[in-house]
Write a new protein. Structure first.
Length: 418
């Protein structure tokens, strides 16, 4: 029998899956450009490296735009915000697909990133609220799973289609699909959301908690560690492991499958034992990246380790996101946006440092070494969070014991009868 929220007991509300479909589209648009760079560069008359600014522009737009758009739309109804974000997302792809100017396409990417930031920040709030406290981490895992599935399905299909239709074909497809997503959002998100009275002051006040910033630091570091290695995994696979270039997409799909399994695992385990799950996963990620240095000379071990890199690294994501939302209390919108920014800061910083390492004497082993160090650093904020939680529980037990003692009719010191 359905619950009051519209979900069958033991299952997530359907709206969570609708929102996950939206994150799938936006994850696809963020990463599909990497597979279309030669076509984009040739058609727009720029170099491939210059065309790479389309990826950088989107990341910067997400870092800056997520909190900005979250605050700009704070007092708008949540359903209206999501529909507006998808409409802008659709328009950005239409403008890019119709343009012959690199500058216009670059500007359209920035605008699209702003819309993506608004959708994610509000979508995470709706998903966790609809799922309820007991299933918040699981709902977050499904949302992030939509992004992860984009790497498994959306990006390969978009890149493959671009070889036949040109880079504009995937952009047209994303425009059409985002329009359909707006219709579904309008259908399945209630018009009258049960929201608390939100204010900018309350949202900013929620940021004063140190444990919130620890969760954001963990989100940034774990993504920085994984993406430092993943960004340059192709030359590692071809030049060091000896995998043919044509088979590299299959290894990348294995990474995506692992990442999807990681988000699912984190979503299921994180509600019950969040700190054990994240600390174990972060430590395992650092170990996998470290093993990738000596064992990447064999194609089988390299493929297995790339799969495990996705599995362990992405287990942390839904848990730290849900923790950050929980710490924000009744003002989660800005926190949700900052979580998105934290992930993108990790992506940008990790890949930039790994690029420097790749050009150094470390060569192909430089990126996984950088990834190992960054992933290991994730243990610092996670351990601090665990210690804070243990200290908080200890204070509660002590206060409860003291209260029970004060309310007792017996004297504080009872002489022994023996």
């Amino acid at each position: 029998m359905p619950s009051a929220s519209g979900a069958t007991p033991g299952k997530l509300p359907f709206v969570v899956w609708v929102l996950a479909a939206g994150t799938f589209l936006m994850g696809t648009t963020e990463f599909v450009v990497a597979g279309l760079l030669p076509e984009l560069a040739g058609d727009l008359g720029v170099s491939v490296s210059h065309a790479g600014l389309l990826i950088t522009a989107f990341a910067v737009g997400m870092i800056i735009g997520s909190p900005t758009m979250a605050m700009a739309t704070l007092r708008l109804p949540q359903r209206q915000t999501l529909i507006l974000a998808l409409a802008v997302f659709c328009l950005g792809h239409l403008v890019a697909a119709l343009s012959t100017s690199f500058t216009v396409v670059l500007a359209a990417r920035v605008v699209t990133a702003l819309a993506t930031g608004a959708f994610w920040s509000v979508g995470f709030v709706i998903a966790t609220t609809a799922a309820g406290p007991r299933n918040a981490t699981r709902a977050t895992g499904v949302m992030i799973g939509g992004l992860t599935l984009a790497n498994v399905v959306g990006v390969p299909i978009g890149s493959f289609a671009g070889q036949f239709t040109g880079w504009r074909g995937p952009f047209w497809a994303l425009a059409v699909l985002s329009g359909l997503a707006a219709v579904f959002i309008g259908r399945f998100i209630p018009a009258q959301e049960q929201r608390v009275d939100v204010s900018l002051r309350a949202e900013v006040r929620a940021l004063r908690q140190g444990r919130l910033w620890l969760a954001l630091a963990a989100a940034m570091l774990i993504m920085g560690g994984v993406l430092a290695t993943y960004t340059y995994v192709t030359p590692l696979l071809t030049d060091r492991a000896g995998i043919p270039a044509g088979a590299v997409p299959l290894v990348l799909i294995a990474f995506g499958v692992g990442a999807l399994g990681g988000t699912t695992t984190g979503g299921h385990l994180g509600d019950r034992r969040p700190m054990v799950t994240t600390i174990a996963a972060a430590a395992a990620t650092a170990l996998v990246l470290l093993l990738l240095i000596p064992l990447s000379t064999n194609p089988v071990t390299a493929t297995v380790l790339v799969f495990l890199m996705g599995l362990t690294g992405f287990t942390v994501n839904p848990v730290v996101t849900a923790l950050a939302m929980r710490f924000a209390g009744d003002a989660p919108t800005l926190t949700s946006a900052l979580t998105t920014s934290a992930f993108n800061v990790g992506v940008a910083a990790g890949s930039a440092i790994a690029g420097r390492a790749l050009d150094s004497s470390l060569g192909l082993t430089g990126p996984p070494l950088v990834g190992t160090v960054i992933a290991a650093l994730t243990l610092l904020p996670l351990t601090a969070l665990a210690l804070h939680g243990a200290s908080h529980k200890g204070r509660i037990v002590a206060q409860s014991s003291a209260s029970t003692h004060e309310q007792s009719d017996e004297p504080a010191q009872v002489p022994s009868q023996h």
